[in-house]
Design a binder for this molecule. Structure first.
Ligand SMILES: [Fe+2]
Length: 492
């Protein structure tokens, strides 16, 4: 039997098997039918690679009858008896006023100051000069400037011609062809340190330093309880392509008493909770529920199926019924008439900084939740990302961590500017959770666990038209003790 056959046997039996466990069963030629029968009779609905390996080590695969004894060992729902804590650190709402030029200036000044301070932590960035001072110099060597890249052009000879800017002035900076110092990854409006020499008001760039995440960034053992967080996104309730079976399997797993499910204390959902109405031309024909309020009522029913000892964090995305301009406010009571008052439901804005399980005076796990509306334009602006496409979101996520900004290109998303730029990644998060692309990825960059959290929506005709394939039904479970992720595939 191949992997598909074995996975089909587990699905038919109602068992959620990790793809690694399926691989193991196939490789070892284990009888999947007998195994699934024994797992079911033991009330077990989830099969991990570790479990199957443990059974094999104990020589219980040959004697399938012993599986019951091993599998029946854990039925305790640990998370039920452990208190939870959710702190939403982002402002729920940035007031929607008519914004003036002053607001935009304050916004960019705030961005510049915050990222400048991040860059100044790099040991190689010292003796920085202002562009205003450099403009007065005729010949200066070994200079360093922290600048906004306000414009990028490539000359016919292949040189990068930049316009760089700081609060004191502007200057032309040239990166000669084939310098290979990261020039192919820079985009307009990002802030970096530029090193080089200045001659008659033009800078010749030798190297650059991006704000980035420290190399030695690590996760300490601050969480004592053996609890975990589930990261999901883009539920798209109301869509014709809504995958009800994924929801059903998810709820079944949560309530199964399975060892992994019993540790789930938190669920974070990073936007596009409903499919929305009028999001794109002709959307109505793609909707099973055409009324926005009814879409949210159906979404509330999904939330109500989740055991109430689990704390749930919900932020909006571009399909939700809040303004598109970011920061998007948290979803209001008019759309969530029931769950707004639930003690275990926490509504945050987009982007959102949330701290999970801060207990007994210890800091919790710092999760940066961002829906990801800027991703498409950032991917298209960087040649190496454009080649990777939309189905490998870990590359754009890494790039944004390097730039320490969620939407570095001004036009990559819509803005509600204020004197506080919420897209700056001011401190390094433990977990960076996103959605939007309906892609799935779990990767680590310099100690930051990045999760592009899949979707509960199948492939849509809109995605067919843009040539992007959805990757639905993946659920990421992250242990808060050691930040190790596990993935459930609830579709296949
Ligand atoms: Fe979405």
């Amino acid at each position: 039997m191949n992997n598909k056959d074995v996975a089909g046997i587990f699905i038919d039996a109602g068992i959620l098997a990790e793809s690694e466990a399926v691989d193991y069963v196939v490789d070892k030629g284990i009888d999947a039918v007998l195994l699934s029968e024994k797992l079911m009779s033991a009330g077990k609905f989830f099969l991990t690679r570790e479990v199957i390996e443990a059974l094999d080590r104990e020589d219980k695969i040959k004697d399938i009858g012993n599986v019951v004894e091993v599998k029946a060992a854990s039925k305790k729902i640990i998370a039920k008896d452990i208190a939870g804590s959710v702190k939403v650190h982002s402002k729920a709402e940035e007031p929607q006023n008519t914004k003036t030029l002053t607001d935009f200036v304050a916004y960019f000044n705030d961005r510049y100051e915050k990222i400048k301070n991040i860059i100044l932590a790099h040991t190689e960035v010292k003796n920085t000069m202002s562009i205003g001072r450099l403009n007065e110099a005729t010949d200066e060597k070994n200079v360093c400037v922290i600048a906004i890249i306000s414009d990028i052009n490539i000359s016919k000879n292949g040189h990068h011609i930049l316009n760089i800017e700081d609060p004191t002035g502007t200057m032309t900076a040239i990166i000669m062809k084939d310098k290979n110092i990261g020039e192919d990854t820079i985009i307009p409006d990002e802030i970096i340190a530029v090193f080089g020499s200045v001659s008659n008001g033009t800078m010749f760039v030798n190297s650059m330093v991006f704000p980035d995440v420290p190399v030695m960034n690590s996760y300490d053992k601050r969480i004592e309880d053996d609890v975990s967080a589930v990261l999901i996104s883009d539920i798209h309730m109301g869509s014709n392509e809504y995958l009800q079976k994924v929801e059903d399997r998810f709820i079944k797993w949560l309530k199964s008493g399975d060892d992994s499910a019993g540790k789930v204390k938190y669920i974070c959902i990073s936007g596009d909770n409903v499919d929305g109405v009028g999001i794109y031309p002709g959307q109505k024909q793609d909707l099973k529920i055409v009324d926005i309020y009814n879409q949210y009522l159906a979404f509330e029913k999904f939330i109500e199926r989740i055991p109430e000892y689990i704390e749930i964090v919900i932020i909006p995305g571009n399909h939700d019924a809040v303004r598109l301009a970011e920061p998007q406010p948290s979803i209001g009571k008019n759309y969530f008439p029931n769950i707004t008052s639930f003690k275990n439901v926490h509504l945050g804005p987009n982007p959102c900084r949330v701290e999970l399980h801060a207990m007994n005076g210890r800091v919790g796990v710092d999760v940066l939740m961002y829906h990801g509306y800027s991703f498409t334009k950032i991917i298209n602006a960087i040649p190496s990302l454009r080649v990777k496409g939309m189905d490998q979101p870990e590359y754009v996520m890494t790039e944004l961590l390097r730039k320490r900004h969620l939407a570095p290109m001004y036009k990559s998303t819509q803005l509600m500017p204020s004197g506080d730029d919420p897209h700056v990644i001011k401190s390094v998060p433990d977990i960076f959770q996103t959605g939007d692309l309906h892609s799935f990825a779990v990767k680590t960059y310099r100690g930051v666990l990045m999760v592009s959290a899949s979707t509960f929506q199948g492939q849509t005709s809109f995605m067919d038209r843009v040539g992007h394939e959805s990757n639905p039904g993946k659920v990421t479970v992250v242990s808060l003790k050691d930040k190790r992720p596990k993935v459930l595939d609830l579709l296949n």
